[in-house]
Design a protein around this ligand. Structure first.
Ligand code: NAP
Ligand code: ZN
Length: 351
């Protein structure tokens, strides 16, 4: 065992505290990563505040990890010391089921091993990226291309892949009309990636307060969902809607914005159930789908795509002496939709 410095919350409503955690000794195929930066995903908050059920405490969140390789196991052949690498939401899977064999490890039929909140290869609960170091099997490590700063790359490991995967799967590209609902961490990257794929992009946000930013990220149109006229104006418009909202929405209203055969993909994961009136789907042969992160190979493809198109996250960096207080404040601001557009923790300063 080796130790790492981390920030953990001891219970669902408690502030973050600096702590020491254990990381397993390197197995032959393991990589020891010095974590330089870790993004704050809304999923960290849903988990840490018990919104998705009882979490394991003390809880070390973080599944948007960017760092460098510090040490490698004897059989590691994909990475070398000092390589720039990333880890997202999963650190292992069964590797044998149809999903894993199809490169869709996130849908492992036996359940993928989460970067936090799972049981790891050593039989102990996994701790996430709000920490100085992590040990991960090389097959669940991706390379971060030169040309992308590590701090702005970290959010790509969850937010980026979570929107890239459905945009690609449902064919966003030239000639397609894509709406992004909610312009937070996932949403702002969805705008950038959909634009880079060549789609016509519309942001549907609660208000027009971030309209200028939306245009900078590549949105062609930006409308407020607080205005009922938006739903009249855009009825039947979109081939694809990516719903990134962390709270429950009136799904029927949003489905009315799809064109014939259009698909609304929910990636936002509110704790409350989402309700869909049957006629919202029947009229117009519409589909309502879900999507969860992406496979490892697809995550690498996304990083390479982002490097090629100069796409990174817009970040607010958390650094300095009062990291715990800053994480607490950042979580509150994310919940208040007051994030521009991803908080990233300077974990490189921990140890
Ligand atoms: P985020 O930064 O908080 O963004 C969510 C955005 O949704 C907000 O910025 C806000 O955008 C909008 N919103 C929030 N509350 C709303 C409300 N009550 N009504 C209408 N709009 C509201 O969160 P995130 O990190 O992007 O994550 C978004 C969701 O995706 C979370 O539920 C998270 O758990 C989930 N997630 C899922 C996956 C997956 O694999 N499927 C992966 C990562 C995250 P505006 O201010 O523009 O309206
Ligand atoms: Zn996430």
């Amino acid at each position: 065992m080796r130790t790492a410095t981390a920030y953990a919350t001891p219970s669902a409503k408690a502030p973050f505290e600096k702590t020491t955690i254990q990381r397993r000794d390197l197995g032959p195929r393991d990589v020891l990563i010095k974590i330089h930066f870790a993004g704050i995903c809304h999923s960290d908050i849903h988990t840490g505040r018990n919104e998705w059920g009882e979490a394991n405490f003390p809880f070390v969140p973080g599944h948007e990890i960017a760092g460098t390789v510090e040490e490698v196991g004897s059989e590691v052949d994909k990475y070398s010391v000092d390589d720039r690498v990333g880890v997202g939401c999963m650190v292992d899977s069964c590797r044998e089921c149809t999903s894993c064999l199809a490169g869709q490890e996130q849908y492992c039929l036996k359940g993928m091993t989460g970067t936090y909140g799972s049981i790891g290869a050593d039989g102990r609960p996994t701790d996430g990226g709000y920490s100085s170091h992590i040990v991960v099997d090389q097959d669940f490590v991706v390379g971060i291309p030169e040309g992308i700063d590590l701090d702005k790359a970290a959010p790509l490991l969850c937010a980026g892949i979570t929107v890239f995967s459905p945009l690609k799967h449902w064919g966003a590209g030239p000639g397609s009309k894509v709406a992004v609902v909610g312009m937070g961490g996932l949403g702002h990257l969805a705008v950038k990636i959909a634009h880079a794929l060549g789609a016509e992009v519309t942001v549907l946000s609660q208000s027009l307060s971030k309209q200028e930013d939306g245009a900078k990220f590549g949105a062609d149109h930006y409308l407020a969902t607080s205005d009922d006229a938006t739903f009249e104006e855009l009825a039947g418009s979109f081939d694809l809607i990516i719903n990134t909202v962390s709270a429950s929405l009136p799904m029927g209203k949003f489905l009315s914005l799809l064109s014939l055969d259009g698909t609304l993909v929910s990636v936002g994961a509110p704790s409350e159930p989402l309700e869909v009136p049957a006629f919202a789907l029947i009229g117009g042969r519409k589909s309502w789908a879900g999507s969860m992160i992406g496979g490892i190979a697809e995550t690498q493809e996304m990083l390479d795509f982002c490097a090629e198109h100069h796409i990174t996250a817009e970040i607010e960096l958390i650094s300095g002496d009062d990291i715990g207080d800053q994480i607490d404040a950042a979580w509150d601001r994310v919940v208040d939709s007051d994030v521009r557009y991803r908080f990233v923790i300077d974990t490189g300063s921990f140890a």
